[in-house]
Design a binder for this molecule. Structure first.
Ligand SMILES: [Zn+2]
Ligand SMILES: [Zn+2]
Length: 346
């Protein structure tokens, strides 16, 4: 029996109930879930604003748990191992994207770990629950001694920022500017600093600018001040984590020749680009979605090695609804994580 927090329809309240996981297949493992992060895309799915929502829905795609059952064909992990599951629960495994380790760009569409159906059409309920069943290919090992609650948000938020930092070779000698200090931005600062880059951030919030420096940023810019002038033409990469509509054109001039502005936030409205800012500066606008399983495993190992993780507010399952409300208002430092222990004891 799986205890879970479920919405019966779009926009309804979460209620505690029981759901049925699929029977364990030969390649499946069952996890006793310990923690699940709350990601903004849980709220988007629950509201069904983008359509395609499958209800009743159990959200949650930043799961950390312990293996309590294994199918006959599972290899490489053992009972009692601590593992994570992020956004991806399955993919075709044969297309060129899957073969390249980019399962999130699977040509037949990857299977989300919640709000989706498995290959036999059964609904995948997410991680606001006592347990989870998943194919072992999509597990992310969590190193021994890791702070599990701080690791959970890495499984979506962490990989979202790690992928473009890796793709654009961020490291010593790179100057990076992170736009927005929130769930994604506060992780980007930590990863880029650990990679040896010079990190700038831009945030309207004085408190967040102060936090950014504690997290490793060298310079914290107030976008409404004259601060930006000193940095024109200085940056190799701008990582834009802002999910509200905003002006891109004021940021391109911070890039040096060949510099890139990469979106990881996803505003749902059009953003305007003044072409001369790209053409004359040999600059480009990029986008990046989460990351593949191999990169997610690498990212978690890197985070553990460098002692970094999400700054979290740990909550009990009864508090999810109010946490969602606060997240909607942008009132979180910097990621909510649900302590699921009370569900498995039920
Ligand atoms: Zn997410
Ligand atoms: Zn594929």
């Amino acid at each position: 029996m799986t205890v879970a927090y479920q919405l019966t329809q779009a926009g309804t309240q979460l209620s505690r109930t029981t759901v049925e996981r699929r029977p364990l297949g030969p390649r499946d493992v069952r996890l006793d879930l310990k923690f699940c992060g709350i990601c903004h895309s849980d709220l988007v799915a629950a509201s069904d604003k983008l359509g395609g929502g499958i209800f009743p829905m159990v959200p949650g795609h930043e799961m950390v748990g312990v293996i309590t059952e294994m199918g006959a064909d599972v290899t490489g992990v053992a009972m009692g191992d601590t593992v994570g599951v992020g956004c991806i629960a399955d993919s075709c495994r044969t297309c060129s994207s899957c073969e390249d380790g980019d399962e999130h760009y699977c040509e037949t569409g990857f299977t989300l770990s919640f709000n989706s159906q498995d290959s036999e059409g059964r609904e995948n309920y997410g991680g606001y629950a006592s347990d989870y069943v998943v194919d072992y290919d999509y597990l992310v090992p969590i190193p021994a001694g890791a702070d599990l609650a701080r690791m959970a948000p890495l499984l979506c938020g962490g990989i979202t920022v790690y992928t473009p930092l890796k793709r654009f070779n961020v490291g010593p000698g790179t100057t990076l500017c992170v736009l927005g200090v929130g769930g994604l931005g506060h992780l980007a600062i930590q990863f880029a600093s650990a990679m040896g880059a010079r990190v700038l951030v831009a945030s309207r919030s004085e408190a967040k600018r102060a936090d950014a420096k504690l997290l490793g940023a060298e310079v914290a810019l107030d976008p409404d001040s004259e601060d930006l002038q000193a940095w024109m033409g200085q940056c190799d990469l701008i990582l834009d984590t802002i999910s509200n509509p905003h002006d891109l054109n004021r940021w391109f001039p911070l890039l040096r020749r060949g510099g890139k502005l990469c979106l990881v936030g996803v505003p749902t409205e059009q953003l305007e680009v003044f072409p001369a800012l790209i053409v004359f500066g040999d600059r480009s606008l990029e986008g990046s979605l989460i990351g593949g399983i191999a990169d997610t495993r690498e990212m978690v190992a890197f985070a553990h090695e460098h002692g970094l993780g999400a700054e979290i507010e740990l909550i009990q399952p009864e508090e999810i609804e109010s946490a969602w409300h606060r997240l909607h208002e942008g009132d979180v430092q910097y990621r909510f994580v649900i302590d699921l222990a009370s569900l498995s004891d039920a």
